[in-house]
Design a protein around this ligand. Structure first.
Ligand code: SF4
Ligand code: SF4
Length: 166
């Protein structure tokens, strides 16, 4: 994955893709979910997360209490020790998040706690969440971090533009 190329492309497309995603608050094409599912499947044929890890480098996952208990046990630590060492408790959301980026568990572009990673990481980039238009704000934020989301949303926009006058 060429991340410099991704960042340039994300910057170039951010405005038009954000405007497109905002429109989905008001107008939803009847077959949008089918279009999104096809775009997602086509995108994954050309995207390899193991050469990227940009989410682990530039974002933080949310750690649930279950995640904290499971990961700290795996590392032979007490949950409090784990939180004190690596996590912050966000006042506004009540979420536990990483203190710093890149994630402390990223080693050689791979997750060193892959089997017990947070549920948020296991589900990222959350393209499976449906219906597509309910998650447009999340996709809008993630197009600047995730090449998979940028490509998926770009494909959805192209297909919608080809078939509908929005
Ligand atoms: S826990 Fe693993 S998958 Fe999640 S952000 Fe950290 S390195 Fe990435
Ligand atoms: S989910 Fe997105 S940002 Fe994370 S490794 Fe895959 S393509 Fe890269």
């Amino acid at each position: 994955m060429d991340l410099a190329k991704f960042r340039a492309s994300a910057k170039r497309k951010q405005k038009s893709l954000s405007t497109f995603l905002d429109k989905l608050d008001k107008i939803v094409p009847p077959d949008l979910q089918d279009i999104a599912d096809r775009a997602d499947a086509a995108m994954w044929k050309e995207t390899d997360c193991t050469t990227c890890a940009n989410c682990c480098k530039t974002m933080t996952p949310t750690f649930t209490v279950k995640d904290i208990n499971r990961i700290s046990k795996h590392l032979g630590m007490k949950p409090k020790e784990f939180k004190d060492k690596w996590l912050l408790h966000e006042k506004e959301t009540g979420d536990w998040v990483n203190k710093t980026q890149p994630c402390q568990f990223l080693e050689n572009n791979m997750c060193s706690i892959y089997e017990v990673r947070p549920a948020d990481c296991a589900g990222f980039p959350h393209h499976h969440l449906k219906p597509f238009d309910l998650y447009n704000d999340m996709f809008k934020a993630n197009i600047m971090h995730c090449p998979a989301t940028l490509s998926m949303v770009d494909r959805v926009k192209k297909e919608v533009d080809r078939r509908y006058d929005m």
